[in-house]
Design a binder for this molecule. Structure first.
Ligand SMILES: Nc1ncnc2c1ncn2[C@@H]1O[C@H](COP(=O)(O)OP(=O)(O)O)[C@@H](O)[C@H]1O
Ligand SMILES: N[C@@H](CCC(=O)OP(=O)(O)O)C(=O)O
Length: 374
């Protein structure tokens, strides 16, 4: 049966598409990279390219690919060994992609990102520029998290989320998540009978879905829960998502007639505002008085020190913080222009009473996104 819907049409006709593949789809049961599966994925990506679309590949598998050369039987639990395995495995993975895409005379470019690269404005623009230049040059970007330097605190967490963030960053028209399961089910299909879900039109369609947090292979990280969260993120950013089995990559990338399709919801926020609202981790919180809440949320003004009643958290200049009202409800998020050691002495004071070098907005209006509450 071939499934059809407006969302699937959108995936089929996308000019710029992000394809994410999980570790379990690139490795053998014994561990180590599976060249046949990697080639099959590349065949499907190359076919989509030949049909006129630009493709960004977000590929997991560095840690998994590093295990066999290091003689480690299982995915390590400790961060340092994971980082070492990723360091070995990313080269193995990159090499395999270079060789496989070369069969189609396609050049690949490796892009390793840390969470900071998509949160801090200067880094974010940098990542955006690099990816668009690679695409303009006809190169297939292969993206992964920069695992060797990612610590628990700064990790994206999983590549499903990274793929959704990259899709928004580059203004992709669709996101395809390829895994070892053929669709979203209302419960983990490995644990008994579960109902397949073909279309997710809005959030209520996934009410009651039990999404397991660990995959079958023990090689991936997020399981279905992270795919669902990534699909929500992309859909909120205006990007349709298709979740399908990597074994069905050719169908997923041509007719989109397989897997689960998630409709996009809402209009696109600008890339920068999307990051602020959904992507950035917040490092602290500023509590605002009622006048300041009205100024930043309703009148879209910058936040000045005078309207802040308290601060919490350990943040630095340039970090993202939450802005809360006096009841504790978060009303906005934004980039703070002071660090948490300097700001407490300034709050409650009018700007013109502050020393010259501290006379600036605490959060500039351009770096501030009010949050909608439903
Ligand atoms: N509700 C669900 N629907 C589909 N699969 C689920 C669900 N809950 C848990 N799973 C499991 O999630 C696994 C996919 O996650 P994972 O192995 O982390 O993928 P990947 O390595 O591709 O990122 C599937 O093998 C499936 O058994
Ligand atoms: N960055 C890690 C993968 C992390 C990850 O999300 O894995 P997966 O759940 O298989 O997509 C790696 O390359 O091993």
């Amino acid at each position: 049966m071939t499934l059809r819907s407006a969302t699937r049409e959108a995936v089929t006709s996308a000019r710029l598409i992000v394809v994410k593949v999980g570790s379990s789809s690139l490795t053998t049961a014994e561990g180590g990279l599976d060249p046949a599966r990697l080639d099959a994925l590349v065949d499907a990506v190359a076919a989509r390219r030949a049909a006129g679309s630009q493709v960004v590949l977000v590929s997991s598998g560095a840690i998994a690919a590093g295990l066999a050369p290091m003689g480690i039987p299982r995915r390590p639990r400790d961060l340092a060994t994971q980082q070492a395995a990723a360091s070995v495995g990313q080269l193995v993975l990159g090499h395999a992609y270079v060789a496989s895409f070369a069969r189609y005379s396609l050049t690949v470019g490796q892009v390793l990102l840390t969470a900071d690269d998509v949160v801090r404005r200067s880094h974010y623009r940098n990542a955006q520029r690099t990816l668009s230049r690679l695409l303009a040059l006809g190169i297939v970007p292969v993206v992964n998290e920069n695992d060797t330097v990612a610590t628990e605190e700064i990790r994206f967490g999983d590549n499903d989320r990274l793929a959704a963030l990259v899709a928004h960053l580059i203004g992709a028209d669709a996101l395809v998540l390829l895994s070892d399961v053929d669709a979203l089910y209302d419960g983990d299909p490995r644990r008994g009978a579960a109902r397949r879900i073909d279309e997710v039109a809005d959030a209520s369609d996934v009410d009651g879905v039990v999404a397991g947090a660990t995959g079958a292979s023990g090689l991936g990280t997020g399981g279905m829960a992270s795919k669902l969260a990534a699909a929500r993120l992309a859909s909120a950013a205006g990007i349709p998502v298709l979740l399908a089995s990597s074994a069905h990559a050719p169908e997923a990338l041509t007719s989109a007639g397989v897997g689960t399709a998630f409709a996009s919801a809402g209009r696109r926020l600008s890339a920068r505002r999307f990051w602020l609202a959904y992507a950035a981790e917040s490092a602290g919180r500023l509590v605002l008085d009622d006048g300041a809440v009205a100024a930043v949320v309703v009148r879209r003004r910058s936040l000045l020190a005078a309207g802040i009643t308290s601060t919490s958290g350990d943040f630095g200049l340039g970090d993202v913080v939450e802005l809360a009202d006096s009841t504790g409800k978060v009303v906005a998020r934004g980039v703070v222009n002071f660090d948490s050691t300097e700001l407490p002495a300034l709050i409650g004071h009018s700007t013109h009473h502050l020393p010259n070098d501290q006379r600036r907005e605490v959060v500039h209006a351009d770096d501030l996104v009010p949050l909608r509450h439903h």
